[in-house]
Design a protein around this ligand. Structure first.
Ligand code: ATP
Ligand code: MG
Length: 226
């Protein structure tokens, strides 16, 4: 999936204070790119991911995904697009506590109208792939942090998304588990030919990416995009 952002601004108004979280962002990300997004806390990294993921609308500017201007899409169209084309991975795995790993991973497929059988088969296959084949029926509280994060990765991949948006996916993990999750993410992105933007504070993780964006105070201050 290719992304073209033109003059994207995102303002928040809190009481009477205006926060300019994104200031005139213009970037083009080619299909299949794997991009690390770095920058200090408050620089606008998560906001950029939320705008690209259509979770939030920009205040101004345009966002074209595969040539389609999604900033003009209705809420319903944006939500359908999100479920089918985008996989989100957050720092906390955000799994539904009352459901098993298998059910959590199946959820996007069921919401997307897949049959129970198909969704189950796909989810089980992804959990095998993320080395959780022996944990299908565990609830999140019965999984380790790394296992929860791998379940979240499997869930993000359930709809075979063309775009993966990962916000500090290894932020809560110890170094060794973080490296395993990183390797898994890169391997799966390559296998699925997905475009990925990954936010990280971890320089080791960022250095695994040839393409990088560095943000500061709502702007992109450095970019290495092919
Ligand atoms: N919903 C919101 N309402 C008001 N201000 C917000 C909101 N979300 C973010 N901001 C502000 O926008 C700026 C950018 O926030 P953002 O969450 O994108 O930063 P970040 O780079 O992801 O930081 P971190 O590394 O700490 O996660 C910050 O100054 C923040 O206070
Ligand atoms: Mg953030």
């Amino acid at each position: 999936m290719s992304l073209v952002l033109k003059n994207i601004c995102k303002d928040y108004l809190v009481v009477t204070q205006r926060v300019q979280a994104l200031k005139d962002i213009t970037i083009t990300i080619a299909r299949g790119s794997l991009v690390a997004v770095t920058g200090k806390s408050g620089a606008g990294k998560s906001t950029l991911l939320h705008v690209i993921g259509t979770l939030e609308r920009p205040t101004s500017g345009s966002l074209c995904i595969d040539g389609r201007d999604v900033s003009l899409a209705s809420d319903a169209a944006a939500s359908e697009f999100r479920n089918t084309a985008i996989g989100f991975i957050f720092q906390a795995s955000n799994l539904l506590p009352e459901f098993s790993a298998l059910e959590n991973v199946m959820m996007p497929a069921l919401i997307g109208g897949c049959s129970y059988r198909q969704a189950r088969a796909r989810a089980a296959q992804l959990l095998e792939r993320t080395a959780l084949g022996a944990r299908l029926h565990h609830r999140p509280a019965e999984l380790s942090g790394g296992e929860q994060q791998r379940t979240a990765i499997a869930r993000a991949l359930c709809m075979n998304p063309a775009l993966i948006l990962a916000d500090e996916p290894t932020g809560n993990l110890d170094k060794k588990t973080g490296i395993k999750v990183r390797e898994l993410l890169l391997e799966l992105c390559a296998a699925f030919k997905a475009t990925m933007l990954l936010v990280t504070h971890d320089q080791d993780l960022a250095s695994c990416f040839k393409q990088r964006l560095c943000m500061e105070d709502g702007r992109i201050i450095e970019q290495q995009l092919c």
